[in-house]
Design a protein around this ligand. Sequence first.
Ligand SMILES: Cc1ncc(C[n+]2csc(CCOP(=O)(O)OP(=O)(O)O)c2C)c(N)n1
Ligand SMILES: [Mg+2]
Length: 270
Amino acid sequence: MVHRQRSLPATRRAFLALLRPNEDRSFLEAAQKSMREWRQSLKEQGERREAPMKPQVVGYELNKLLASDTIVTTDSGTNTSWAARYLDMREDMMFAVSGNLATMACGLPYAMAAALAFPDRQVVAFVGDGGLTMLMGELSTCAKYALNVKVVVIKNNSLGQIKWEQIAFLGNPEFGCDLHPIDFAAVARACGVVGYALSDPAQCAAVLREALDTPGPALIEATVDPNEPPLPPKATFEQTKNLVEALARGTLDAGQIARNIALGKIRELI
Ligand SMILES: Cc1ncc(C[n+]2csc(CCOP(=O)(O)OP(=O)(O)O)c2C)c(N)n1
Ligand SMILES: [Mg+2]
């Protein structure tokens, strides 16, 4: 699924010419207001500086550094949610993910293909630690062919998407989602790819900038808070009920998760 902006297809141009302006702006204005509030909330979360680093910080800082024709790819997981929320597709940017199949590990090979097809453009793979683990050997392919791919791996030491599905969809305590922690920066270096380790939110922008400016392939291992819930902007009653049930039934780190949710809610209110 590749989406390209700016150049309007002929059919859409033809339809636009037939449209009459709508005098009633209320729907548009209400939507614009919601969008402004949503963006403000994303900004506030993206500017958080506490440890452990929030995944939102990585998305927020990366977005500011992307070129107007960057090709962004992601895996399927919570990393997809953070990318979708924070990485604005603007001007000539392109975006690819295999979302319908919830494919893990597609981000790196998609990015490699993009780098081969468009060697002069910035290519960023925003991927999960579970997904990357499945195709880690491809880092050596990136090195071998000097592919200009920048890999940002969201390291939560967890199959995060499944953890939150268990908690919020099923009301079950998290089970079997932990990943063995891998030093991805070291793996990258072992493969001949420049590797950066990032865990301090204050350093996030500087490390990302340095990595993006590195010629050829580079990997940034961004260690983030595994207990930051990728809650939808409006959680349903059912999801909230499941979440509370899962925490009460003995979810690992339940206290930390509850704290993160409570702090998020308080932030929305003030
Ligand atoms: C091959 C395959 N195995 C399992 C799944 C189910 N699945 C979807 S997302 C996900 C977890 C992804 O974990 P990670 O890559 O670490 O990303 P995170 O959610 O932590 O950001 C799993 C197991 C899948 N979609 N495809
Ligand atoms: Mg993960």
